[in-house]
Design a protein. Sequence first.
Length: 298
Amino acid sequence: MTFSDLLHERAIAVQLDASELGGVLETLVERLTAEIGLTGKVGKALAADLAAGERGEIVRIGESILFVLGRVEGAAGTVAAIGTSSRPVEVRTKNMEGVEQARAVLLLLTPRRLDSLREDLVPALARTLRDERQASRLLAARSAEDVRALNDLMTTEFREVLLVEDALTPLRYRIYPDTPLDEIVDLMVRRELHAVPVVGENLEVLGIISEGDILGQLLPGRRKQAEGTGGGGPTDGSPPTARDIMTRTVMCVSEDQSLLEAGNLMMNREVEQLPVVREGELIGFVTRHAILRRIFGE
């Protein structure tokens, strides 16, 4: 993928008459409204927050160029915009001591975590724009066509850093430690589930029950073997519940981990899926099939 693929035809504004970064960003966000699905009022708020450093990140390249990174949930994909000003614009954020200035702004908005921009796209673009000739031509551009003619910038290649969240299957079903075995079987058969998580009151992961765990309870030979080793159900003869049969040691991943890393974990652990947690709360699963489809099928 190249930078040009992210840059919408209307998302280039040159020689703006702006005095502050917020004015440049407001123009760029407005031009991207259709792509990121924001209303005018929400777009203005986003631009103001980005300019103040209260949302996203601001990265300086050289003396005159800024990258502004922001996350917009619900957007179809990563989009970019470029704005230049006919005069230096003031940059003020809470983390800055005093006022800085800039002449060009590259706005990068994504529905994903900013790691996906920070780790690959920003460094690739920065290498191009640290070339004084490229930077000078960008600042001197008088039209969108002039910007598009910056071939080194437009053809900057980057690979998309795929994260677990890109292949996440949201949590649809869960059970609790006291859920009876017959209810678990009914749920898994009706919904064609290969595994179901066992969660606590705060949705923290306590364990997982797989098809293998269920068969170990239902097949007579397996059940006797489990009982002989002290496992497989309560000793008082009452029906087993989720806490009696669940696998308690569960490897989890976070949504901002690398998708390839999650795939390697599955292969090493010989499992078909992994629970995905956010701040200790279960939010879904990532499966081998979803990883394969996301990397090679799209």
